[in-house]
Write a protein of this length. Sequence first.
Length: 491
Amino acid sequence: MRESSVTNVSETNRRVRLTLDQLESRWCPAVADLVVTNADGFVEVPDGTTFTPIITVTNNGPETANAVSIVDHFPTSPLTTINWTASATGGAFVAPTGGFSSIAALATLPAGGSVTFTVRVSTNIRISGAFTHTAVASHAAVASPGTSDTDPDLTNNAATDTTIISTRSIRDSEQIADSFGSRLYATGSDAGAPGDVRVYDAATGQLRYSFQPFGAFLGGVRVATGDVTGDGREDIVVGAGPGAGPHVKVYDGYDLRELASFFAFDAGFQGGVYVAAARFNVPGPGFSRQIPGHVVVGAGAGADPHVSVFRVENGGVGPDTFLASFLAYDASFRGGVRVAAADVDGQPGDELVTGAGPGAAPHVEVFTRDGLMTASFLAYDAGFAGGVYVSAGNIDGIAGGEIVTGAGTSHVKVFSAGNSTPRASFLTFDGFNGEARVAVVDRDGDGRDDLVLGAGPGAGPQVRILSGLTLSPLDGFFAYTSTFTGGIFVG
């Protein structure tokens, strides 16, 4: 009986405490300072891109806020889609955890707890305006007595952010084709010196930028150019050579603003990466052929012959921007995959072109974005195992592109897509038996691509630009000091 009495008293006391706690929460509201931040990191973004406002609501205490209303009404124009997700830290709770269009959520926030809303805003093409929105957090009324928790500082309960959406898509294709800086080509120094990227205006040959995207890293830097932002101007894609992680960066060709920085493969892989820029004809919102752009990455030596495709947006790439990955060659091959992208079949959108690295026959293959092979041929004699560099473009001005290859003995060939009989075959650097690296650009402004050729290790940093139609010289120079013999990449 004594033990039972003690138990009953204890249970009674617990119920009394619960009742008192409930009454206290109703009649004695908590004191909790709510703080709202709201920013996306941009003052201005080009149309047709995606940006990500981050909204955070934090309880600075001193007590728990039991019911917090969080709202943000987004403008519906000039947008295509808005969706958001919510997460909680520090013991906080929020519902719902995701949605479309405006935010209307309810949260419980202990002192020090916070909830974060990650908003994905996809903008229309050729629509401009100001995207202004205000996130507001407030204590919801307590139901029974109609009171609410107290906030000691109401000045930090709301935050407004404005991002200008500017129309950078060029409406006059003829004007953009001839304008300064619309067509670019680039060089990247190979191993032995800090990786130096130099970017040239194709219309004039003028050097526009010189920078070291990976600092003092000595493993070389691979380069490509292409319209990633969709503004009608070419941008710069770079990949780290062997000795670093599989680091890829993308820069705006208009102002050299960094658009993305990411690891294309496992961070522990140090075999280097090859890069290309592409425009794929992929249906669906946010997957237009022009905007946003795509980056193709091939794994260097030492890994499976992986090719991966990413969609790049302002601020980088995320889990939903990894689009495809496939093996370009047999899984046992470890010599690396060189990559290019261009419209080689005459249908809307680009295809992927791959060249096998050292250690295999000189296989060149053409794939769809999803890894379906559509063409395969040997660019050189089957016994040659020194590796093949590839590029692709429209050299003759006729629908359907051409594939350009470079190999040892500075041997360059030009093929019609999927055709193993070359349209042109020549040695580009007299007396040099090393590699020829290849790219294409419309250097003379005639609407057809020309050949950009760079010498591999063992020669000076020579660049030659030849007419794609006649192979006559259009330009030639040393991209770096003439004493540098580590080789250069072109893109």
